[in-house]
Design a protein around this ligand. Structure first.
Ligand code: FES
Ligand SMILES: [Fe+2]
Length: 364
C-alpha cells in the first residue's frame, strides 16, 4: 500500500476515503464493506500494554486498549514519517511511535514530540482513528462510516447459554466460508461421522428463506448428526440460519437426541447456536471467528466445544479453499443452484442486490 504526505489544506480528493495520509485509490473501494463493521480480533487478545496489528480490507491497522478499557483502532501509520505504530509501544496510556517517539493519547492526538518537549504539537499531528467497538467477545472496526449497528447476538446476554469463542480459522474467500456455514447438504461428505452420515445422506426437505431489514433467515432444516453437538451424542438437528451482514451469520439448532438409550440426557429446550464473523483481510483471504452458545445441562467444557469446532472448521477449510473462482459468483448464471441450496442462492442474490463488488464475481 502507498501512503502520501498529509495535505496541509486537508483532503482534496473526492475519493470515498479521504483520510489524511491515504491514497483514495488504495485497497477496497466497496462502500458496502467500508461502511460495515468487521471483526478484527478477539476481545481478550487486545489488552492494555500491547499493540495489536491487523489487516482489514487491505488496510494495515493497529488495535489497542487503553487503561480505561476503551478500544482504539487506528491506521498503523505515524503521521510524522509513516512508521508503523504497531512496532512501537504503550507508555503511560499513550502509543509511542518507534521512530522518533511521538506520543499519541487515546483521542489520537500527538501530545509529545521528544525532539521538542516544550512545544505543543500542531493540531494536525494526530493518528488516524477508525470506529471501534468491543462487543460479543470481538473487537470490531469500521473504516468508513457505520451504516448500521453490529448485528444482534441475543444469547450473548442470556445467562442460560454458555458462550465459548472458537478460532481463528483461516479461509480464502470470506463469502465462500459464510455460504458454507449455511449449507447443510455438505455435512454427510465433509463432516462424515460428525455432522452427517456418509452412507445415508439426509434428503433435504423444502425450506423457506425470508428477507427483511435484518437480512435473510431460513425456516428449519432437518439433518441427522452422529456427533452433532459437544456432548458427542447422536442427534436429529433442526437448523435455522440467519445471514445478517455480508460477513456475519448465525445459526441456531434445536437438538433432539436420536439414541433411545440416551434420550434422558436431552431436553426439549436444548439448543446450540453459533455467531460467525469473517474478517476480510483482502478479497480472497479471511479469518473466521465464532462464538458458540449452548444451553445444555450439564454444559460441555470449553475444551469440548473448541475441540469439535476446530475439527469441523478444519474439514470445511480443506474443501472451501479449493473452490474456484475464489471470488464468489453473485450472478446466479454462474455455477449451478439446486432447490436444496436455496439459502446459498439467496445469499448471492442478496450480496448482488446490496451492490457488494469486493471479493465477488459477476456484479459489475
Ligand atoms: S515516524 Fe513516528 S515519530 Fe517519526
Ligand atoms: Fe461445514
Amino acid at each position: 500500500m502507498n501512503y502520501v504526505s498529509p495535505n496541509p489544506s486537508g483532503p482534496s480528493s473526492s475519493g470515498p476515503n479521504p483520510k489524511p495520509g491515504l491514497l483514495p485509490s488504495d485497497g477496497c473501494q466497496d462502500q458496502v464493506l467500508l461502511n460495515d463493521w468487521h471483526v478484527v480480533a478477539f476481545s481478550e487478545e487486545v489488552i492494555y500494554g500491547k499493540l495489536h496489528p491487523v489487516t482489514l480490507l487491505e488496510r494495515d491497522l493497529v488495535a489497542w486498549r487503553d487503561l480505561e478499557g476503551q478500544i482504539h483502532v487506528w491506521e498503523d501509520l505515524c503521521i510524522h514519517r509513516g512508521a508503523r505504530l504497531s512496532k512501537g509501544f504503550i507508555q503511560d496510556n499513550k502509543v509511542v511511535c518507534p521512530y522518533h517517539g511521538w506520543n499519541y493519547d487515546g483521542s489520537a492526538k500527538c501530545v509529545l514530540m521528544p525532539a521538542a518537549p516544550q512545544e505543543t504539537p500542531l493540531k494536525k499531528a494526530r493518528a488516524i482513528p477508525h470506529h471501534a467497538q468491543d462487543k460479543y467477545g470481538f473487537i470490531w472496526a469500521c473504516i468508513g462510516t457505520p451504516a448500521r449497528a453490529i448485528p444482534e447476538f441475543a444469547e450473548w446476554d442470556d445467562p442460560s447459554y454458555q458462550k465459548v469463542t472458537c478460532g481463528p480459522y483461516p479461509f480464502r474467500s470470506g463469502y465462500r466460508a459464510v455460504e458454507n456455514f449455511v449449507d447443510p447438504t455438505h455435512f454427510p461428505f465433509v463432516h462424515a461421522g460428525v455432522n452427517g452420515v456418509f452412507s445415508d445422506p439426509d434428503p433435504i426437505a423444502p425450506y423457506e428463506v425470508h428477507e427483511s431489514e435484518e437480512g435473510l433467515s431460513s425456516t428449519e432444516v432437518r439433518v441427522t448428526q452422529p456427533y452433532g453437538d459437544p456432548r458427542g451424542v447422536p442427534v436429529i438437528s433442526y437448523y435455522s440460519y440467519k445471514l445478517m451482514r455480508p460477513l456475519v451469520a448465525y445459526l441456531k439448532k434445536r437438538l433432539v437426541i436420536s439414541d433411545p438409550a440416551r434420550e434422558a440426557e436431552g431436553n426439549p429446550n436444548d439448543r446450540f447456536c453459533t455467531y460467525l464473523t469473517a474478517q476480510p483481510v483482502d478479497e480472497v483471504t479471511s479469518i473466521v471467528r465464532i462464538v458458540c452458545g449452548t444451553n445444555f445441562s450439564p454444559q460441555p467444557s470449553d475444551a469440548d466445544v473448541r475441540r469439535r469446532q476446530d475439527l469441523v472448521y478444519a474439514q470445511d477449510g480443506a474443501i472451501v479453499d479449493t473452490q474456484r473462482p475464489e471470488r464468489i459468483p453473485v450472478d446466479l448464471r454462474y455455477e449451478l443452484h439446486h432447490r436444496s441450496d436455496l439459502i446459498g442462492q439467496k445469499y448471492r442474490s442478496w450480496l448482488k442486490n446490496m451492490g457488494v463488488t469486493y471479493g465477488t464475481f459477476g456484479n459489475l
